[in-house]
Design a protein around this ligand. Sequence first.
Ligand SMILES: CC(C)(COP(=O)(O)OP(=O)(O)OC[C@H]1O[C@@H](n2cnc3c(N)ncnc32)[C@H](O)[C@@H]1OP(=O)(O)O)[C@@H](O)C(=O)NCCC(=O)NCCS
Length: 155
Amino acid sequence: MDIEIRQATIEDIPEITTLFRDTVREVNSKHYSDKQIQTWSAGASDTQKWEERIHKCYFLVAESHDIIVGFAYLKNGNYFDGLFVHKDYQRQGIASKLLRIIESKVMMDGFGEIKSDVSITALPFFENHYFDVIKKQKKVLKGMTFENYIVSKAL
Ligand SMILES: CC(C)(COP(=O)(O)OP(=O)(O)OC[C@H]1O[C@@H](n2cnc3c(N)ncnc32)[C@H](O)[C@@H]1OP(=O)(O)O)[C@@H](O)C(=O)NCCC(=O)NCCS
């Protein structure tokens, strides 16, 4: 598949947030309850937060034939804060491509480690890419508790 990766712009927000909402509802719903999915996917509507992420983070989108099929963003130099692939484009290597560029950026900026906290859904992907689980944790988002994993990898 032809994939192009570029930095996100504010104009991408509608497509990014639609992808985010649909992926959480369709893909993450295998591992989280309806209430958790509702709370998590509601984050799609917080346009101000997405604008802030695009301005302050290293924010990449993956495109195929002008459709955004995935996105990833890095916060504070080496904290990998978000990775989402379009629900209809799962398991086609898109996240792996995004991760490769994110890791290069972390190394170019002089960090020896990349860290993240990842969903139950995404853990097999991160394990496949040689991340170590530091610990299982409970994270609170808008009053709702989510189980996830703190992971890291030396670069
Ligand atoms: C996790 C996610 C980003 C992976 O994206 P992807 O583009 O499908 O991943 P890739 O195709 O690059 O996967 C590479 C490898 O990781 C592993 N992997 C990925 N998803 C997996 C899954 N659901 N179960 C088991 N292994 C998986 C596989 O080894 C895979 O290689 P293979 O397909 O040849 O077997 C995607 O499933 C997603 O969007 N999940 C929901 C959002 C989410 O939870 N994001 C993290 C938020 S913290």
